[in-house]
Design a protein around this ligand. Structure first.
Ligand code: DON
Length: 560
């Protein structure tokens, strides 16, 4: 069968359902909110066995690799922000790395940019980071044996999980681009027949890969059988990743970026994610406006948020990339109140600015990544976002491994100087290079109030991530919403280029949208933006409240 693959098709591999307001979730001792209820419950079980938030995070992440294959992974990468109840917060960077043979022009074929090569080939696969990152974070902060944290995922993979309606539908849409990869079809079909809802799905190769990780830690992934299987598939398909690339992968501990918004301390992810920096830059700009007086969802508030987004995303494109490659990133300046002050003076309350250069679009990004938030009984907190990039990543399963490989190399810019009105970006800071980390937007974030844990938040959604996280924070801090209300509220997105304001369809009154149009914004309706998972610590009552995003089904909380 011949399938015609389009970007729109790829991005539709995940079905949006209508949103129904859900009651707030409450827990006294521990809470996990994630895109999959079974995985959240596994995290809470680990806490009940005496584990802390980090132990729960490791177990939840491995469980999501079984239950939530669009984004849960061991073949991808991500970021983790940890705030211990006592001691300094820290972040873990387990972003994928380019293979050592990567180079800036690698996405060109005969001098022309090639989308397939960039996003849907063995070249699009970055060296995975998840296993190394979870292990490093666990070595520093975990308390239960490593094996015990991987075991629940092994049990799920071996024993099988019931395919939900949502998963069955999403898989149906993803299968066409797996047609060239027999091991992917083996994993995701029964002899080529798509799974029906209710099917008991067993993943024996994945269970074996997880077993090697349980027994040997990162060596059970980056060396030995799993590494050999990945490299064999690379060799068979003109891929670039070698045994050395895998053995040389390192997760990194990085100092968080810090901000302060109306007295709340923001703790978030530094480069190679742009998330924390751009989040803080936008909040700094908006702090100078009385958003509470303007009101949630008012034209003034939405206009000002858009103008803050426009300015911060321009800085993102100009300055941000892998900090280990470019030590000149002006992080302090981007995070400073004075930078925000000067940007704020350029905002006209009644009129949209124009993004420059106006003719350039940016690429769409897939809405598949996943975030979870965890708080334990001691109020240690984890915000973790990880991804395969597209929904189901590259669609490639290396035979015998049972897990999907990412296509995160697609987050590198298209090539030197290649900036086109089709949406390619060619700025130098994020060009591909040997062993370089590609720029991300993932924004796992923790807030403190009066030196105590206040809020844990994050979401998937490509570049929209940063704006969704910003809006969940403002919903709580400025508008006093509870966790569920903050998650449910409608969202907007602007990313400098294209000069276009996206809004979630059906969530904003037409008169507000018209007012924004009158101020000069070009509006575009979107089905849905992000899947935020939020926890708020009610310090006085000593209760945790959770908001689970209903924008996709299957999400849920583990409560203790
Ligand atoms: O790292 C990034 O920003 C993207 N690769 C994340 C992709 C994503 O969020 C896709 N879906 N949500």
């Amino acid at each position: 069968m011949i399938y015609r693959i389009t970007l729109a098709f790829l991005l539709s591999a995940f079905t949006i359902t209508s949103v129904v307001a859900a009651p707030s979730i409450q827990a006294r001792r521990g809470l996990v909110v994630s895109a999959n209820t079974i995985s959240s419950e596994i995290g809470v079980d680990i806490m009940k066995q005496g584990g802390n938030a980090m132990d729960a995070a490791v177990a939840t992440a491995f469980a999501l690799a079984v239950t939530h294959p669009t984004a849960g992974n061991i073949g991808g990468g991500g970021f983790l922000v940890y705030r211990p109840d006592k001691g300094a917060p820290i972040t873990y960077d387990f972003r994928e790395m380019a293979p050592a043979s990567a180079f800036p022009e690698m996405w060109l074929v005969d001098g022309e940019y090639n989308f397939e090569k960039h996003h849907l080939s063995h070249w699009s696969v970055g060296v995975p980071g998840t296993v190394a990152g979870l292990y490093l974070a666990w070595e520093d902060h975990g308390t239960l044996p490593w094996k015990d944290l991987v075991q629940p995922a092994i049990n799920l993979a071996k024993g099988g999980i019931e395919v939900s309606t949502h998963l069955a539908e999403s898989l149906q849409k993803a299968l066409p681009r797996m047609q060239d990869y027999p091991a992917s079809l083996k994993k995701f079909t029964t002899d080529g027949i798509p799974f029906e809802p209710g099917h008991l799905w067993k993943q024996s190769d994945l269970a074996a890969s997880l077993r090697r990780i349980a027994n040997s830690g990162p060596n059970g992934f980056y060396k030995g059988k799993t590494a050999e299987l990945i490299v064999a598939d690379m060799k068979a398909n003109d891929g670039l990743i070698t045994l050395e690339d895998l053995a040389n992968y390192r997760a990194k501990k990085r100092q968080p970026v810090f901000g302060n918004y109306r007295g709340y301390k923001i703790i978030s992810m530094p480069p190679p994610s742009s998330g924390g920096t751009i989040l803080i830059e936008m909040l700094n700009i908006l702090e100078g406006f009385p958003l509470a007086d303007y009101g949630s969802g008012s034209a003034d508030t939405l206009h000002l948020m858009t103008e803050a987004m426009r300015r911060a995303f321009e800085d993102r494109a100009r300055y941000l990339g892998d900090p280990d490659y470019d030590e000149s990133i002006p992080l302090d300046r981007l995070l400073s109140k004075s930078h925000a002050d000067s940007l704020r003076t350029t905002i006209n309350l009644n009129k949209a600015s124009a993004s420059q250069p106006p003719s350039v679009n940016q690429q769409k990004e897939s809405p598949e990544t996943t975030h979870f938030s965890i708080v334990d009984q001691h109020r240690n907190a984890v915000a973790l976002t990880y991804t395969l990039e597209f929904s189901y990543g590259s669609g490639i399963v290396a035979p015998g491994t049972g897990f999907l490989l990412n296509n995160e190399m697609g987050d590198f810019n298209a090539g030197p100087g290649i900036t086109t009105d089709q949406g390619l970006i060619g700025t130098p800071s994020n060009l591909a290079g040997p062993s370089k980390r590609m720029l991300s937007s993932m924004t796992p974030t923790i807030l403190e109030k009066d030196d105590q844990l206040f809020m844990v938040t994050g979401t998937p959604g490509g570049r929209t991530i940063i704006n969704t996280v910003m809006q969940t924070i403002i919903n709580v801090v400025d508008y006093g919403m509870n966790a569920q209300e903050a998650v449910d509220a409608g969202r907007i997105h602007h990313q400098w280029l294209p000069d276009q304001l996206n809004y979630e369809n059906g969530r904003f009154p037409e008169e507000i949208l018209n007012e924004l149009r009158e101020r000069g914004h070009l509006l575009k309706a979107q089905n849905s933006q992000g899947v935020a998972e939020v926890i708020i610590n009610n310090i006085e009552a000593d209760i945790l409240k959770g908001g689970v995003d209903q924008r996709i089904p299957d999400g849920g909380a583990g409560i203790w």
